[in-house]
Design a protein around this ligand. Structure first.
Ligand code: SF4
Length: 520
């Protein structure tokens, strides 16, 4: 699908970022990396720093130091054994041994230099991985069901569909200049493993009787997103057959590209267009761009929301095989741990590791009789199959260590907080705590039972200190999806553990059995 940059000539006043993108397409930076790797960081013009996002790279804090953060796409979270070993070795050789799992199932490194990038790209390429489009105003990696293909709770195996859509958009210059980032989710899991309503575009499991036959396919939700103005995606009155997913995804991405707002960057996400148009008008435009009618909605097969957690050992759809879900505390591993995981995945399973949007992992395809031996492996002393109520359900964004936008440190703060709460309290239900270092909400603060958003607070005696706003009651449950609500005031970081201990003690004492925090 070729396109013209119509928005550049229709009289719309473009933001400065848009004008910059017209001068040089984001993907063009890929042609420059080898040159800059030879010439060094100082040779990169400052106005091109932002273009590195299209290559999956952000300059980490402080930008002038020349260290990059890299995000590697892992569509639907599936990593082969060879890929896992490569990812671990890149972390060891270049990333100061820090390997993070993100809330979009990607793998993230820090501390990379421009000189190292050609070898890193070569290694990724050799095993079929890419960081291209992991950041920037472009379709990002596609999240979905980490259990795709092995899941007793999926209607159809979505691996091929995800791959098709992902590869269509990879390095596709027709879609490399969107108004902002574009996030897709494709899942056929009835427990909403793909976090449907916080994505720009989500395909969710559905069935429909067509010509007397029950067809398994998808419903479509459009216009979700977080940040400081969060929106839940709206459902279109449409049913999409599996073979149509790619073309519908292309049509919707084209609508965003051609009608999305480009005047003000903070109004550029698809959610703003959807909020103005509404689902009916959007569907009308989709039919026009797609070129044919879609059947109306069928039966929604989403039952509830598992929040992306798969702890414990569970039977697969394949007889005699099981998968095990493990907690990677706040999603951070070192290369030794990832190599050990790759090793046990190969010894007991088929070598695959799957990443979850809860920043955790699954090891699939383990013969039932080998499960006990798998669980006895030393790596699972720290990456546990049955984590406690707080550390097992804590999510943290990158934070001030590396992120230029962060106001506070998040990873270690979340880990310490969760470990403290686990020492102090035992609950009969997990509490999902998400900590973010700024309103951008990469750690998906809005959907947490308890969201913590870092701020700076002025005090009389200590001047500016790190503090947190507290938000309660977020969920993507089918009938009650809602973002969490801010409590009054801010809590100094130092006081946070004690305040939350009191809050959760009250919850424990007052709740009815098995009541969740967001229902409380
Ligand atoms: Fe950085 Fe803010 Fe995203 Fe955290 S939420 S990683 S602080 S931009």
């Amino acid at each position: 699908m070729a396109y013209e940059k119509t928005w550049a000539s229709d009289g719309t006043k473009l933001s400065k970022e848009e004008l910059h993108k017209l001068e040089k397409d984001g993907l063009d930076i890929l042609n420059d990396i080898d040159h800059y790797a030879k010439e060094g960081f100082e040779s990169i013009p400052q106005e091109l720093w932002g273009h590195f996002k299209w290559a999956g790279l952000y300059l980490q804090k402080p930008k002038e130091a020349g260290y990059f953060m890299m995000r590697v796409n892992i569509p639907t979270g599936i990593i082969s054994n060879e890929q896992a070993v490569t990812l671990a070795n890149i972390g060891k050789d270049y990333g100061r041994d820090v390997i993070d799992i993100t809330t979009r199932q990607a793998i993230q490194y820090h501390w990379l230099t421009i000189e190292q990038l050609p070898d890193i790209y070569k290694r990724l390429n050799e095993v079929g991985l890419s960081s291209v489009g992991a950041c920037g105003d472009i379709p990002r990696t596609i999240i979905g069901n980490p259990l795709a293909g092995i899941d007793r709770n999926e209607l159809i195996d979505t691996r091929e569909i995800v791959n098709d859509v992902y590869h269509f958009f990879q390095r596709n210059e027709d879609f490399s200049n969107l108004p902002r980032k574009f996030k897709m989710s494709i899942s056929s899991n009835v427990h909403n493993a793909g976090h449907d309503r916080i994505n720009c575009l989500a395909f969710t499991p559905a069935t429909k009787e067509i010509d007397g036959e029950e067809v398994v396919g998808f419903h479509v939700k459009v216009g979700g997103g977080l940040s400081s103005k969060p929106y839940l995606a709206e459902e279109l009155d449409a049913f999409v057959r599996p073979e149509e997913v790619k073309d519908v995804a292309i049509a919707i991405t084209s609508i965003y590209r051609d009608y999305g707002y480009r005047e003000k960057r903070h109004r550029a996400r698809l959610k703003f267009l959807m909020a103005d148009w509404g689902p009916e008008k959007f569907l009308g435009k989709l039919v026009e761009v797609y070129g044919k009618e879609l059947p109306t909605k069928g039966e929604d097969k989403v039952e509830n929301w598992n929040a992306g957690y798969f702890y414990g050992v569970h039977k697969q759809k394949q007889e005699g095989l099981s998968y095990a879900g493990f907690n990677v505390p706040v999603g951070r591993m070192n290369s030794e741990q990832l190599l050990a995981l790759a090793d046990v995945a190969k010894t007991y399973g088929n070598g695959e590791i799957r990443t979850c949007n809860s920043q955790n992992i699954v090891i699939p395809n383990v013969p039932d009789e080998k499960v006990a031996d798998l669980l006895a492996e030393p790596v699972f002393e720290t990456i546990t199959v049955k984590p406690k109520s707080f550390i097992g359900y804590s999510v943290a964004c990158t934070g001030i260590e590396y992120c230029n936008l962060a106001l506070v440190e998040t990873k270690e703060a979340t880990r310490k907080l969760a470990e403290y709460l686990d020492e102090q309290l035992e609950l009969d239900v997990p509490v999902r705590i998400h900590m973010v270092g700024c309103p951008n909400s990469c750690g998906q603060r809005q959907i947490a039972d308890l969201g913590l958003q870092g701020v700076l607070m002025k005090t009389k005696d200590k001047g500016m200190i790190e503090a947190f706003e507290i938000y309660v009651g977020g969920t993507l449950e089918k009938e009650s999806a809602t973002f969490n609500q801010k409590l009054k005031g801010r809590i100094a970081s130092d006081d946070l553990p004690e305040v939350l201990k009191q809050l959760f003690t009250f919850f424990k004492e007052e709740k009815v059995a098995a009541e969740n925090f967001y229902d409380f």
